[in-house]
Structure formats: structure tokens, C-alpha cells
Design a binder for this molecule. Structure first.
Ligand SMILES: [Zn+2]
Length: 488
């Protein structure tokens, strides 16, 4: 079993062979911090997170770099509109992005470099390109990359340079030799943030930062370069051109692109007004549900977003958790014994699960194997001994880690769902919960009244309620998110 990933450069699934044995150097284009991160970002970053997790699980040491574009036309425009510094805009949305990635459980990159922190490296790279005849300086102090000098231009997006040139045009005020040439350095306009350079004050163009930062931290040639499918052209095409022109070496060996998110089959965009921020989704659904939604389709295909889809994924996750929690609950009183026949079955499923992921990260197949496994083992759950139950739970949680799901304890899961006003009875093991709706509602009612008593600082009575409920076998636990209960 060996890992295969689809390489946009060759348009083929290829066996994955890193440059250095057991080490993977990976770069993923991070956000331009000019707005709230949305569901399209969530999908791209969650998918790459699963790839990083899989590589880690397979024993690779992963060097993972994801940049922050913190200077750019859109950031400057927004800052002008709001009358604040562009750095303030960048900081605000960097924090929003950081919070979202943390809540979604994304493994942080080893390095998260910012464009504005790498101006000397960017200038050095541009100087090299000018020296080698691939870039030119204009009268006003812009520097452009001359695409006609890079013979392989178009090799990633599989387009012919003549066709691209025919389709491009020069905007007013641009001093390009060729409409397809792209800016490496832009001269400063009044009021814009700028840095000193050999060509006067200015700031870097977008594409050059990724070349400068990836090569600085990962070397001139590294293993995987990823990003959203919308970055293939022109961003990644330009990254290849300028990096390979500067070094004469292959830039990245594998190009990994994540498909776009659609709503009612339409692309999400500002102009259509259908952008949904991650924060809004996180208010209604827990992070693991969002992760499951993000990987339910193959990563190269478009993924449809709808609230129904999230409901369905939440239900799938609840079903998976219900069996895990039941197994954990059963194992407390289960008989001791050796692991029998069931081990083989569980290991076969685990193998099939890994095979699915090794086949170009086929997450929908992996999820379906996981669901089959859980259904199959659930049938005999009551008959399993302690060792078997714990082997089963351990295996499910271990492979769930690769997808970033099934990592919560019963209490954590209950809190996560209650926080969002969700029903929890479907994940609580039968052993804990054999109540009808009326009794459940009565307990909730008592908890509400006890909460009010606590708010009124009538603690003695609140404690009495808890103690008397405990005698009835109902355990209350006060958490930050409110009181949860279970049967003892
Ligand atoms: Zn990039």
C-alpha cells in the first residue's frame, strides 16, 4: 500500500515519493487577510489538514508552511474606505482566520510567514530575476515578470502562451511590455504602505511572496505545493515561472488543488452576495460536523454547501459517536478476556479505510468504510469483552484522528451540542439514558430552576436540588457552558 496523489502538473495520480526519505516539505497558500474567512476557505484548509494528518500518521515528519498575505490591493482599498491603517485590517482578519483554524482543529503550520515580514527576501528574488533577464523595471518604478522569456509558461494550467496573451489586456496606467506580464513590485501611490527598494519605494506583487517564502523555508525544490483550485491560474502558474526562472530548478514536485465550494451550484463570490463566514456556521454546528461536511466529496470535485448538508453530516457523526459512547459505557462492566475473532474484522476495516485515503485522499470512500465498520461491530457490541471493546474504540478513534473527527469524550460532545441548543439524547448510551420525553423535560426544567436559584445566590437550595437528584441517580455537572446531566 503506497500513497498516491493527483498532481495537477502531470494531470495524473502519481506515487508519492518525497525528496528526502521520511520528510515531507509542504507549502499551502494561506489567506489574504482582508475579510472574514468563509466556507470556501474552510474546505480548502480542512482538506489540506487531512493530507498533513495522513502524512503524519504514515510516519513522515512534515514541514508545513502556510503564508499570510498581509499586504495587497484589497487590504489597502478596505483600509482607505474605513479610514484605518491597512495593517489594522490585516491584523483584524488574521485574528479571525487564526480563531477559525483553531476552532476547526487544524494542525498549525510549522511556520506561518507574513509577506510584510519578508520584504528583503522578496527584493532579492526580484533582483535575481532582473539580473537573469526575466524581469524589467518601468519608468514609474514597477517591476514586471516577462512571461515570454519563460518558455514553459502555461505548463501548470495547460494553456498556450499565445492564447493567454490574446486574452489579456493592459490596464490604463500599466507600463507592461506584454499584457500577460505580471507585477513583481508595485511603486508606491500616495498614502499606501511602502518599503525601500532598488527601484524606489513600493510593495511586492502578490505572486512573488509565495515563491520567496516557500523557497526560504523549504528550499528551492520541495515536495507539495497546495492551494484552492482557483489559484492554478494565474497565481501558481506565475509562482512556477518566477521560481524556476530564478533558480533553474524544478519548484515543487506535486501540485495539490482543492475544488471550490458552490451554493445552489453557483460559485461563491462577493458579487453574488452568497458568502457564508465560517463563524456563522460554527455558531450552528460543531467543528467536527463542519470537517465531515468539508471532506464528504472527493477533494478535487466541487462541494455543495447547504444547511441540509450540514444536518446530514451532523446526523452521521452522531450515529458514529453513539456507538463509540455505547462501547465505552459497556466496557466498564464487560467481562475480562482475550481479543478474539473481532480483531481481524476491525483490522480489515482499518486497512480498507487507509487504502481509501492513500488513493489520492479518497475521503468519501474512507467515511463510508468507517460507517460500515461501526455498523458491523455494533451488531455484536453487547457480546464483546473488555479488551475487545477497548481495541475497537481505540482503533476507531485512531483512524478518526486522520479526518479530525471522533476525538471527543462523551462530556465534551454533550457540551459542544448543548452550546448550540442541539438534542443530545441520540448520542447518550442507552445504559445512561432510559427515560421518556416527559422525564427528560422534567429534569431540564429542574435544572433551569436551579440555575435561576444560583443566579439569585440561593446556593443552599440549589445544592439541595443537586444532592436529591443524585440520590435518584441523576448526576448534575456544572460547566462553563451550563449544566449537563447524566444517569449514574
Ligand atoms: Zn500563494
Amino acid at each position: 500500500m503506497s500513497l498516491k496523489i493527483y498532481n495537477t502538473l502531470s494531470r495524473k495520480k502519481e506515487p508519492f515519493i518525497p525528496i528526502e526519505d521520511k520528510i515531507v516539505r509542504a507549502y499551502f497558500c494561506g489567506p489574504t487577510v482582508q475579510d472574514e474567512p468563509h466556507i470556501g476557505h474552510a474546505r480548502a484548509y480542512i482538506t489540506f489538514d487531512v493530507l498533513i494528518r495522513l502524512l503524519t500518521y504514515l510516519g513522515y515528519k512534515v514541514k508545513y508552511v502556510r503564508n499570510i498575505t498581509d499586504i495587497d490591493d484589497k487590504i489597502i482599498k478596505k483600509a482607505f474606505e474605513q479610514g484605518v491603517s491597512p495593517f489594522e485590517i490585516a491584523e483584524k482578519y488574521f485574528r479571525a482566520f487564526y480563531d477559525a483554524t483553531k476552532e476547526l482543529g487544524l494542525i498549525p503550520p510549522n511556520i506561518e510567514p507574513r509577506a510584510t515580514g519578508h520584504i528583503p527576501e522578496i527584493i532579492e528574488l526580484i533582483e535575481k530575476l532582473i539580473e537573469r533577464g526575466y524581469a524589467y523595471v518601468t519608468k514609474s518604478g514597477d517591476v514586471y515578470f516577462d512571461v515570454t522569456k519563460f518558455k514553459e509558461y502555461g505548463k501548470l494550467s495547460k494553456q498556450r502562451i499565445q492564447d493567454l496573451i490574446a486574452g489579456a489586456r493592459i490596464e490604463p496606467g500599466e507600463e507592461k511590455r506584454n499584457p500577460l506580464d505580471f507585477a513583481l513590485w508595485k511603486h508606491a501611490k500616495p498614502g499606501e504602505p511602502s518599503w525601500r527598494s532598488p527601484w524606489g519605494r513600493g510593495r511586492p506583487g502578490w505572486h512573488i511572496e509565495c515563491s520567496a517564502m516557500s523557497m526560504k523555508y523549504l528550499g528551492e525544490t520541495f515536495d507539495i505545493h497546495g492551494g484552492g483550485a482557483d489559484l492554478v491560474f494565474p497565481h501558481h502558474e506565475n509562482e512556477i515561472a518566477q521560481s524556476e526562472a530564478a533558480t533553474g530548478k524544478k519548484f515543487a514536485n506535486y501540485w495539490f488543488h482543492v475544488g471550490l465550494v458552490t451554493i445552489k451550484k453557483e460559485k461563491i463570490s462577493k458579487s453574488l452576495g452568497n458568502i457564508i463566514p465560517i463563524r456563522e456556521v460554527l455558531r450552528k454546528y460543531d467543528p467536527e460536523t463542519i470537517r465531515l461536511w468539508a471532506i464528504q466529496a472527493h477533494y478535487r470535485k466541487p462541494l455543495e454547501f447547504s444547511w441540509d448538508q450540514l444536518d446530514q453530516n451532523e446526523k452521521i457523526l452522531d450515529d458514529l459517536y453513539a456507538v463509540i459512547f455505547r462501547a465505552e459505557s459497556l466496557s466498564k462492566n464487560a467481562k475480562d478476556g482475550k481479543i478474539g475473532e473481532i480483531k481481524k474484522l476491525i483490522e480489515e476495516y482499518k486497512q480498507r479505510f487507509l487504502e481509501a485515503l492513500m488513493d489520492d485522499l479518497n475521503t468519501p470512500r474512507a467515511i463510508s468504510v468507517l460507517r460500515q465498520m461501526i455498523r458491523e461491530v455494533e451488531k455484536d457490541l453487547d457480546k464483546l469483552n473488555k479488551a475487545e471493546l477497548s481495541f475497537y474504540v481505540k482503533t476507531v478513534r485512531e483512524i478518526g484522528w486522520i479526518l479530525g473527527i471522533l476525538q471527543q469524550s462523551l462530556d465534551d460532545r454533550v457540551i459542544e451540542k448543548k452550546k448550540r441548543g442541539k438534542n443530545i439524547s441520540n448520542i447518550i448510551p442507552d445504559k445512561y439514558l432510559k427515560l421518556d420525553d416527559i422525564s427528560e423535560n422534567l429534569i431540564e426544567l429542574i435544572i433551569d430552576i436551579r440555575d435561576k436559584l444560583r443566579k439569585m445566590k440561593i446556593y443552599e437550595l440549589a445544592d439541595e436540588i443537586r444532592n436529591r437528584l443524585r440520590k435518584l441517580g441523576i448526576i448534575l455537572e456544572d460547566t462553563k457552558e451550563g449544566t449537563i446531566w447524566k444517569l449514574s
